[in-house]
Design a protein. Structure first.
Length: 260
């Protein structure tokens, strides 16, 4: 049923002109210039065009365009795909799913990809996955060079993030704070977000489409959460945890991108 609703939403979006190029294999986003796939089954994705940001003193370049979830994956979305809810905080389906391991988040992306391909709402040249750490930071910064996407002032954080300063020691429904300049919500705070990369110290060199080391012990998560003060959730902040571990302050959001 949920997938039928999604398909209808996509059809209505096309008819309304939200995706004016849906009948010609892609379009250029008016906001970011990203080339998007022919079939976009979900309406809560933001098109991101590739580009460069500064990490430490070195440029990091993303050469490809991609879509990123406007919101953190909610408990309703996770349950609809996986049939279970791992979360500690419940009571509202719009809360971000948490206490979800990297392995479970990856499984969600794979199952969502399979379901939407089977329904004909996603081509086999695109897939849902977790963002790389570089994709995540690039999207979070949204063209800024500051500590946070909204600037350097911690005092502004209440407008953009649920953190230890204002969360009441709990998660909150997604999308209640202001988005960053590219329309992404909760990139700072609410729940930390899994990335694809295995952890390693940032290389002291320019990078192009980095994906981290081939293997290691811990996976990266980024963005800060309800449990930490805002300064811990800057655009370049990162923490790590074993891929099999789930904890009640870590969730994720999806990326839709060409199959690599």
């Amino acid at each position: 049923m949920w997938m039928n609703v999604v398909s209808r939403m996509f059809l209505l979006a096309c008819l309304a002109g939200f995706f004016a190029g849906c009948d010609r294999g892609g379009q250029e986003s008016a906001k970011t210039g990203a080339v998007v796939p022919k079939l976009v089954p979900r309406t809560n994705l933001v098109a991101i065009r590739g580009g460069t940001f500064q990490r430490l003193k070195f440029p990091v370049t993303i050469t490809h365009d991609f879509w990123m979830g406007k919101y953190e994956v909610t408990q309703a979305e996770f349950t609809a795909v996986m049939g279970t809810n791992t979360s500690h905080f419940t009571g509202d389906p719009r809360l971000p799913v948490e206490k979800v391991s990297f392995l479970a988040a990856t499984a969600y992306c794979k199952r969502l990809t399979s379901q939407e391909r089977a329904n004909g709402t996603l081509t086999d040249t695109y897939e849902y996955r977790l963002p790389t750490e570089a994709e995540w930071e690039y999207a979070c910064r949204a063209g800024s060079t500051n500590r946070f996407s909204f600037g350097n002032e911690v005092a502004l954080g209440d407008r953009f993030a649920w953190t230890a300063e204002n969360s009441g020691a709990a998660t909150h429904p997604v999308g209640q704070k202001e988005p960053n300049a590219w329309g992404l919500y909760d990139m700072h705070g609410n729940v930390w977000e899994w990335c694809q990369d295995w952890f390693e110290p940032y290389p002291a060199a320019p990078l192009t489409d980095p994906v981290g080391p081939a293997t290691n012990k811990y996976k990266v998560f980024k963005g800060g959460g309800w449990n930490q003060d805002l300064p811990f959730g800057g655009a370049s902040s990162r923490f790590m945890m074993g891929p099999q571990t789930g904890i009640h302050f870590v969730g994720f959001r999806v990326v839709l991108a060409p199959v690599r």
